[in-house]
Design a protein around this ligand. Structure first.
Ligand code: 5GP
Length: 126
């Protein structure tokens, strides 16, 4: 069956400049911007510019160049926010909600980078 990309999703509109965003980092293949409803002192979304619905869509279909760029962009955001433990930062969490059970609201791949406070255990049992 595969994936069908909806180019009317909110992140597609952000990429086309139809909706404003607060950019943290832009690369050839990616955009990182502050989440509008931040759930921690730092909450940044990193998205590829290509039309990928979710992580497995991206990792199976994107070019090696896009994948490298996306991976590096996430690391660059951690550095920009000064949360990388390698430089004394307090750390962060990456999340990629996917599909129905993952409770993905926006059907364009995005990794949440959240930081700035203790984030608790990975999953709550509810
Ligand atoms: P999901 O539940 O799909 O993993 O997360 C979607 C995220 O997008 C949410 O954290 C939500 O706050 C964020 N979001 C939704 N609409 C906008 C918007 O217009 N601008 C920004 N910057 N973030 C948005």
């Amino acid at each position: 069956m595969g994936y069908v990309y909806d180019d009317q999703n909110i992140f597609a509109k952000i990429l086309r400049g139809e909706i404003p965003n607060t950019t943290v980092l832009e690369t050839e293949h990616c955009l990182a911007f502050h989440d509008i409803y931040a759930q921690a002192p730092e909450h940044v979304l990193v998205i590829p510019k290509g039309p990928y619905v979710c992580f497995d869509h991206f990792s199976n279909m994107a070019s090696a160049e896009e994948i490298v760029d996306f991976t590096r962009a996430i690391g660059q955001v951690a550095l920009a926010l000064k949360v990388d433990p390698g430089n004394g930062g307090d750390g962060y969490r990456l999340l990629a909600n996917t599909g129905k059970n993952g409770v993905q609201d926006v059907p364009h791949l995005h990794v949440h980078l959240v930081a700035g406070r203790p984030l608790g255990r990975m999953l709550r049992n509810n």
